[in-house]
Design a binder for this molecule. Sequence first.
Ligand code: ATP
Length: 275
Amino acid sequence: MTAPRSAAPSAPVNAPGRQPAAARESAPLIAARGVCVRIEGRTVLRDVDLEIRPAEIVTILGPNGSGKTTLLRALIGALTPDAGEIRRSPDLCVGHVPQRLSLDRTMPLTVDRFLALSGARRAARQQALERVGIGGRAGAMMAALSGGQFQRALLAHALLRRPNLFVLDEPTQGLDQPGVAAFYRLIEDLRRETGAAVLMVSHDLHVVMSASDRVICLNGHVCCSGAPHVVARAPEYRALFGLGTQGALALYRHEHDHSHAHDGPAPAREEAPRE
Ligand SMILES: Nc1ncnc2c1ncn2[C@@H]1O[C@H](COP(=O)(O)OP(=O)(O)OP(=O)(O)O)[C@@H](O)[C@H]1O
């Protein structure tokens, strides 16, 4: 899908980060340039540039209402930008785990029936469940799953598409810290096994910073982006997320009672903070 562009990108927004060499050399799965989205007359995204390359893990961070979900929806084609251009690789196959999936708790939908909606055969469904660590829950009702199991069921559904890009919108929302860490380990394992790229939105700064190849800090526009340790030192990131700011941590959905890792190695000269 393409749409008219509104403005040329002003800076090389996506610094290389630490994505695998193969990713740096491959054509992007998705490339967005100058993307603007207006909703109900209000500009939600402006001049967003980004690229997702094969096998890299890219995380979008930003305060509530900063346009993260809107950006994911634009990137996967669920909404059309008002301006800008989004190019997708012809072989792009997205496994999407949405932020919310409302299920009527009275609906008699088992995990296996839910996965069957993908059209996959029973053996493949069971294999996917086992791969995400809930092989014993095929006969359980979706509504009876714990938060972590539910997210894994959604991930199994995405996995059945054999995607080359997982798109995950706050996949660890509502999980406790061990659950969050385990989910990210699973994501990293899946990336390694399948070679799929991962694009996700997350509020779990601490884990994101260790589990991502690149981080994009969004607040209606791309404030800064690059390797996690570089972004962690960018003034734009610090202004949004911490280091003594009173209001920043209140922007999260969940409470933090720990400090964040801002003291990584000195930044390489690869960062391109904006504005
Ligand atoms: N369908 C819609 N109708 C009206 N406003 C919308 C709609 N979708 C998004 N918005 C508005 O656009 C802005 C960005 O929303 P979006 O959901 O993309 O933010 P977000 O960064 O994902 O937020 P959160 O972290 O709370 O999930 C918000 O102000 C939101 O209210």
